[in-house]
Every structure is written in C-alpha cells, then in structure tokens.
Design a protein around this ligand. Sequence first.
Ligand SMILES: [Zn+2]
Length: 300
Amino acid sequence: MVEIPFVKDHDFAYGAVEQVTTGLRRITARNPSAFTFHGTGTYILGEGEVAVIDPGPSDQAHIQALLDSVANEQVTHIIVTHCHRDHSPAAEPLKAATGAPTYAYGPHGGTASNPTENLEEGVDRDFAPDVYVSDGEQITGNGWTLECVHTPGHTSNHMCFAWTEGNALFSGDHVMGWSTTVIVPPDGSMTDYLSSLDKLLMRNEDCFWPTHGSPIKDPIPYLTALIEHRLQRIETIRTLLKPKDLRITDMVPQMYPDLQPELHGAAGLSTLASIQHLERLGEVQPIAGSGSDTYFRFMK
Ligand SMILES: [Zn+2]
C-alpha cells in the first residue's frame, strides 16, 4: 500500500483560543474519538468582524469558550462544511447568541431511514443553512474572502472553503491530516469522493486547514497519496472478488488486518462505498443475499 504522509503531531489545548496563523484562530472542543482525533477544531477567521467555521458539537463548554473568545468582536458569518454532529449543531446556539446567519451547501442530503448513517460520526438532520451557497460562489467578510468548493464524498453536502487572503483551504473532513475520511453510503459516495480529491489537485492553495488535527502544508503530494490509497483498496477488492463471490464481512479482515476492532464497522462502510463505485463502473454486482449477507461478484 502507498504511504500516506499523515500529520499526527498536533499542538493544542482544549477550550483555549490559539492564534494558528495571521488572521486565523482555532478553539478545540473536547470531543475526541476514533472519528474526530483530539476533537473538533473550530476556526475563527478575521479580526473584529469574524466568521466562525464549523462551530462544532452541541457542547456547552465549547460554545461558551467560542462566545468568550469573540466577546469584543462581531460574528458576521457562521460557516458549516457538512452536517455531522461534530461540526454543525453549535451553529444554532451561536446564531441565537450573535445573530449571525449560517452558510452551507444545504442540509444533510440523506434519508432518515438509512440505519448505517448512525454508525459514523452521527448525522445532524436539524441543521439547515440560512444561506445556501453553491460551488464557485464567494462569501466576503471584513478583510477575508472565501470561495466555496463543493466536495461531495464524505457527505453529499460537504463544502470546502478556499481562503483567498491566506492562500489556504478549509478542508473540513474531506481531507484530514491525521487519517483518511469515512465514506458512508448512500449519502457518502466513493465516486464523488475521488472526483472531489481530483478537484482539489487542480487548485493552488499551499495549506489545508482540516476541522480535525494539524494543517497539511504540502497538499498536492498528500492528495496524490490519498487517491492512490483508495485506488489500491479498490484494486484489492477486484483481486479478492475475481476468484469467488464474497460478503463485505469476508473482505474487511483481509483488507484491514491491523485495524482496531472498533473501526471495523467504518472500514466495512468504506468497503461498501468502494464496491458501489465498482458497481457504477459495471465491474461488480450483488449476486445473492441482502444487507450484510450480500454476496458480491466480479463481472468483468
Ligand atoms: Zn464528518
């Protein structure tokens, strides 16, 4: 497998405002997990009149720390990358306290009947933005400009935001330095995710600020490794399915021999996302069974 140059070192303190670069501050919520690394890093962009990017979980201490840190400033924009519970729920109380409107691609795109969605970070169905922003659109504040870059894959409503003045990109959960992202079908799509990685390869920002963990300071080789990693996983599925029909539960232990058991469910969902990508390519079909007992066959 290709080596992804992960950035695991992360200097931070819970609840403290850190000046991470000129014009950008971050506060980390105390919600560490297998999906969130040390927790959600909420960004405060600008000075005096600021935007808050990914306000974070419904955590009173975090929301209070955020409000305290901007007590002498005005929040003019609340910006959300996507609707997972570690990103969007604090938007509502922050809006109530500051009066700032919320901006995002849209509410969560999935349907409530899908049980697999609850296996990952948790979907926030309550959030709907005041302002729906689309790909290529600009959001302008006092001293900063953000270009919206729609990057479906992790979720269908995932949006990255390119910060013009900082020559950087807020990459949400689409590209994180500490780990690959989880793709949970049907709202998550491997096909879209790979296109959204290709989309970022065409850009020139020299730093990515993910919502979890440290910045990625050399994005292009990092993106290239992420793409290569997924293509290798997809190739492994082809190799496993060529001699015989298999279920996802048969494949995961072979594909992820070193993975912590609590992440096997997530790995299974990413495997399902890769299989659905191969189905779209006409290479694989479900052949028998249903649900987790579905057997898949390599067709060509
Ligand atoms: Zn997420």
